[in-house]
Design a protein around this ligand. Structure first.
Ligand code: ATP
Ligand code: MG
Ligand code: MG
Length: 357
């Protein structure tokens, strides 16, 4: 289907008519295809869902709408200040539209906002971490058992390690020779799996966002305050250490996650301190001592695990993360391992920052 016919079809489906509409890509997410659909009366964000990643899109929407409803109640009670990204129904009151060999949904567009791929300064890091903390607190009394596990074992490092082992054994694209050193490095880190297992029953399972990347935060164009937490696709029960660790992973490096300038990939300690400060402040009445201590493990695990997943996908033939060029997933993996190595090298400093908050 031509892009203009897609725009017209979606625009009519979501009640925006077919006159004077335009559709263009927005943001830099790499799971779904995200577009801004603009019509004279309003704009919507439309997303073609990645059904390889989310084979049950109706469950995805169901989850997100349960969370929308919970956050709406919290806002009415004055307990949540951020904007809520709501799904928009079609004229026939459905939430999914079949178009262009895929499934689409529409979300309310939050205007006057921007997202970042790399954190610019400590104030931005603290603001975003604080907003993710507010989101975590707002979900604390949400019954996460209602949520369908859209991606089972999403942050299960043991399972991710098994997947890497399986794909290494098969080497379906004959790519192993090009990344053997990275694979060996990965295998040498599997002690992290036992460290995680040791937390079972000690650290509480809570509703988590599970994708607290910096580009899943919208900032206000004028005040630079946090405007909304977005991308609720992977909200599922988990540990706060996952959300914390993913912030460290995506906020602290001065380079994007696919940068090949590995010499410049590092943890900026001042950004790490800002993340800790921003995130822990809203959680202070709920967080347990063990949970706070587990943030060090979260820092290591999340950076390592996403590196492992990029590497697995590279060896497997790039099925999960969309790539822009050959070796893109290998470059992403090597970038994340460089960051992970720097985290280990800065252990004393980072642990001291965690302890002092
Ligand atoms: P990821 O790779 O993080 O999983 P994704 O493919 O799921 O991303 P989103 O994070 O939902 O996609 O959206 C991609 C980008 O589109 C965001 O980073 C943001 O810049 C923009 N965006 C998404 N939803 C909205 C919205 N409701 N209002 C304004 N901008 C939005
Ligand atoms: Mg996103
Ligand atoms: Mg997403």
């Amino acid at each position: 289907m031509k892009s203009n016919s897609i725009a017209v079809y979606l625009s009519e489906s979501f009640g925006l008519g077919s006159e004077k509409i335009s559709m263009k890509p927005i943001g830099s997410g790499h799971i779904n295809s995200t577009m801004l659909l603009t019509a004279p009366k309003k704009s919507l964000v439309v997303q073609k869902l990645n059904t390889e990643v989310f084979p049950e899109p109706d469950m995805l929407v169901k989850n997100a709408r349960l969370i929308e409803r919970h956050l709406t109640k919290k806002r009415q009670l004055g307990e949540y200040d951020l904007a809520i990204i709501r799904h928009v129904p079609t004229v026939e009151n459905n939430y999914l539209v079949d178009c262009d060999n895929g499934v689409w949904r529409a979300l309310e567009f939050i205007g006057g906002s921007y997202s970042e791929d790399v954190v610019l300064n400590t104030s931005q890091a603290q603001t975003a971490a604080n907003a993710f903390g507010q989101f975590a607190v707002a979900l604390e009394d949400f019954d996460a058992k209602q949520l369908h596990h859209v991606i089972p074992d999403f942050h299960n490092l043991a399972m991710r390690a098994e997947k890497l082992k399986a794909v290494v054994a098969k080497d379906p694209q004959q790519r192993l020779a090009s990344c053997q050193a990275d694979v060996d490095f990965c295998f040498a880190q599997f002690g992290l799996i036992d460290e995680l297992k040791a937390l079972t029953g000690i650290v509480p399972v809570r509703p988590c966002h599970n994708d607290t990347k910096i580009n899943n935060m919208l900032f206000c164009n004028t005040s630079n305050d946090a405007k909304a937490v977005i991308d609720l696709d992977t909200c599922m029960p988990g540990y706060w250490l996952y959300d914390f660790g993913d912030m460290v992973r995506t906020f602290c490096s001065p380079e994007q996650e696919d940068s090949t300038d590995l010499a410049n990939v590092c943890v900026r300690e001042e950004i790490f301190a800002a993340v800790v400060k921003g995130y822990v402040e809203p959680l202070k009445d709920l967080i347990t001592e063990q949970e706070k201590q587990s943030f060090w493990l979260g820092t290591k695990v999340m950076t390592f695990m996403i590196g492992l997943r990029f590497l697995t996908d590279y060896i497997d033939g790039d099925h999960y993360f969309s790539i822009k060029h050959a070796n893109h997933n290998l470059e992403r993996a090597q970038n994340q391992f460089a960051l992970y190595r720097d985290i280990l090298a800065k252990k004393t400093t980072l642990k001291a920052i965690l302890r002092d908050v």
